[in-house]
Design a protein around this ligand. Structure first.
Ligand SMILES: NC(=O)c1ccc[n+]([C@@H]2O[C@H](COP(=O)([O-])OP(=O)(O)OC[C@H]3O[C@@H](n4cnc5c(N)ncnc54)[C@H](O)[C@@H]3O)[C@@H](O)[C@H]2O)c1
Length: 284
């Protein structure tokens, strides 16, 4: 299948492109920065420019839109919002004009409001599933939600079928202990709902989304099978969210993002856990 992956020089895009190449897809990457040596063809372009998107997103069976600024911190909120919404609109529009039949969009669990809220978001129940209310407060979460809605508008026009994939913090064995490690000791870890997803499992999730046989716009939530914490989940929930009901028991370190819907629709099964990542030698 001829598949275009935007954002293919970044963390998620590289893992998605690698998984697709390994599965036999003819991958073309588009990103604002060159990727170095990779096994797929690449074009460098700023996708906030509609003309560039129209020229480059063509002659393909599927488009996977990953390119975005992945957090609202360290930049002006307006730039994050403008970049993410403009790239989503331009890539969707170019995919429609190219006659693409399948679109996959990298969304985020930030559409629920986590982890960048100003006024705390309290889950109505746990584990969080796709019935959780939409509640973005920050420019990034809002841009990811509007991205899903831009995809939805194209699906309503009958342009293509689509899958939007909501993900928590993406991690690798190289990033985990330095990135998540210190946060685990702070109350801010609850902002993430103690959730993460191994980058290799994202590759599998996006591949499965491409193979989805349904029509319309499917929105799914992915997560690792466990939390990033060393305290068992039910104890964490009782301590941090007293009074929030569990809709089912959560055994051991089980995740508080529910992936049953993703398993039933696209066949997603997480297979990597930080618990088997090699520990850094210095104990950092
Ligand atoms: N990193 C996470 O924890 C996480 C979690 C959930 C969802 N996501 C989503 O996954 C996607 C990728 O995140 P990431 O962590 O790989 O980020 P990243 O910064 O590593 O990669 C994003 C890529 O998009 C490219 N890009 C940005 N603006 C562009 C533009 N105007 N034109 C062309 N390319 C542009 C960047 O150059 C970069 O290579 C984003 O859509 C993000 O919202 C990320």
């Amino acid at each position: 299948m001829k598949t275009i992956v935007t954002g293919s020089s970044g963390l998620l895009g590289r893992h998605v492109a690698e998984a697709l190449v390994a599965a036999g897809h003819d991958v073309r990457g588009i990103d604002a920065v060159a990727p170095g040596e990779v096994t797929w063809r690449h074009a460098t372009a700023d996708l906030t420019d509609l003309g560039s998107a129209l020229q480059l997103v063509r002659d393909c069976d599927a488009v996977i839109h990953v390119a975005a600024i992945p957090r609202p911190t360290g930049r002006a909120g307006g730039e994050v919002f403008k970049t993410n919404v403009a790239t989503a609109y331009n890539v969707v529009e170019a995919a429609v004009m190219a006659g693409t039949r399948r679109f996959v969009y990298a969304s985020s669990f930030s559409v629920f409001g986590y982890p960048f809220f100003e006024k705390p978001v309290r889950p109505p129940y746990l584990p969080v599933d796709m019935n959780h209310p939409i509640g973005a407060q920050d420019p990034y979460g809002l841009s990811k939600w509007l991205g899903e809605e831009i995809v939805d508008a194209a699906v309503r026009r009958g342009a293509f079928s689509a899958v939007s994939i909501r993900m928590p913090w993406i991690q690798t064995p190289q990033s985990f202990f330095a990135g998540v490690g210190p946060r685990r000791a702070t109350a801010d870890s609850a902002r993430d709902l103690w959730s993460y997803l191994d980058a290799r499992d994202t590759g599998q999730g996006f591949l499965r989304a491409l193979q989805w046989k349904g029509d319309g716009h499917l929105r799914v939530l992915l997560s690792a099978a466990d939390t990033f914490m060393e305290e068992e989940t039910e104890s964490l929930v009782r301590r941090v969210y007293p009074g929030v009901a569990l809709s089912r028991p959560i055994a051991g370190y089980g995740a508080v993002l529910d992936t049953i819907h993703a398993r039933e629709t696209i066949g997603f099964e997480p297979s990597h856990s930080w618990r088997s990542y090699p520990k850094p030698e210095s104990g950092k």
